[in-house]
Design a protein around this ligand. Structure first.
Ligand code: F0G
Length: 358
């Protein structure tokens, strides 16, 4: 049968029944790309794979969780969904709400979401409310609203979001035949690191894999509350998707880190941009800046000698996953700001030929 989305594929591991209407845009089944340059750059016998979540229907990993959250909301008869968002959750909620025939309301921090994401929420017909505050303020408002009014919360505080997102770990293990040794991931509101860890643990408990990866999460330097062990009141980073000062799944991210004997560290905006450009220029993969935090983290740890004592061999390479959470086209302004603008020439053959080096 043709691919039918993550709920159909992993139904037996998800909280759905015959009564659940499956609202899907055929999310999931994203490529796991073995890097040609990044792996060898880290070291011999080290394989770095990119889980390219930007290829989901709305361009980010949020669709995995949204298919389940919206399906369950529909099952229970909800007429409307709401979320706070740095952009991707709102784009995804807006699209899935269309499929479910529901109203969608999104609260976004004014002036802080990338152009592509805003365009998505608007074109899908969501009611977009820009709040004069940051993401954390938006989430506080949304929690209060959903406590009092009949509208379904579809942020990752909704357990179905995490359940849906854990399917990405299943896909990785199904493709590799076992779990990887390391799992690198950007951390914002911390739902995704929670979901991946849950997915790996469930697969291990079911005997589908023999080991668990070390979870290595990365926050942006100016928005790193977990690393700094305190709420960041005014988070700052060019990686707007992870510009979050008080993550909802803070404790669960720490649990993923500690149970897996992994780490949560920070990367600077410069390191994020360097990794963002590296992925585009060396691997041919365009991601949004926040997504590059996983690769920035890998490059940072490698520079510090993290893999120095690793003992891979050809039979047992060390396998590292970097999750690329969102597509580069989400934030075209950042791409253009990061690279020199194209040169303008007169419509003259000689001038063009000379410029391109013939
Ligand atoms: N990468 C991207 C592209 C994101 O959009 C997000 C979160 C993250 C990473 C971090 O994931 O929050 O599960 O730790 N975006 C949310 C949003 C907050 O509203 O779209 P997380």
């Amino acid at each position: 049968m043709n691919y039918q989305g993550v709920i159909n594929r992993y139904k037996k591991y998800l909280p759905v029944t015959e009564a659940t209407p499956i609202i899907t845009l055929l999310e999931g089944d994203t490529p796991l790309i073995l890097t040609k340059k990044l792996g060898p750059k880290i070291g011999e016998g080290i394989e770095v794979y990119l889980k390219y979540e930007g290829l989901n229907p709305t361009g980010s990993f949020k669709d995995r969780g949204m298919t389940l959250a919206v399906s369950k909301a529909k099952e229970k008869g909800a007429k409307a969904v709401i979320c706070a968002s740095t952009g991707n959750t709102s784009a995804s909620a807006a699209a899935y709400a269309v499929c479910a025939g529901m109203k969608c309301v999104v609260l976004i921090p004014k002036g802080s979401i990338a152009l592509g994401k805003l365009a998505q929420a608007l074109i899908h017909g969501a009611q977009v409310v820009a709040i004069d505050g940051n993401f954390d303020d938006c989430l506080t408002l949304v929690r209060e609203i959903t406590d009092k009014y009949p509208i379904e919360l579809v942020n990752s505080l909704n357990p179905y979001r995490i359940e849906g997102q854990k399917t990405a770990s299943f896909e990785i293990c199904d493709t590799l035949g076992d779990a990887p040794e390391y799992h690198f991931i950007p951390v914002g509101n911390a739902g995704n690191i929670t979901a991946y860890w849950q997915g790996y643990k469930e697969y291990k408990d079911m005997g589908k894999i023999t080991k668990l990866p070390k979870m290595c999460g990365f926050q942006a330097e100016g928005a790193a509350p977990i690393v700094r062990k305190k709420i960041v009141k005014d988070p700052q980073t060019i990686a707007t998707a992870i510009k979050i000062g008080n993550p909802a799944s803070w404790k669960r991210a720490e649990a993923a880190r500690d149970e897996s004997t992994g780490l949560i560290d920070l990367v600077s905006d410069d390191e994020i941009i360097a990794a963002y450009k590296y992925l585009a220029a060396e691997e041919g993969i365009f991601v949004e800046p926040a997504s590059a935090a996983s690769v920035a983290g890998l490059l940072k740890l490698n520079k510090q000698g993290f893999f120095k004592n690793a003992k891979p061999n050809t039979q047992n390479p060390i396998r590292i996953i970097c999750v690329l959470t969102g597509h580069g086209l989400k934030d075209p302004d950042r791409a253009i700001a990061s690279i020199a603008e194209p040169q303008v020439l007169p419509k003259d053959l000689k001038a063009v030929v000379k410029e391109i080096g013939f």
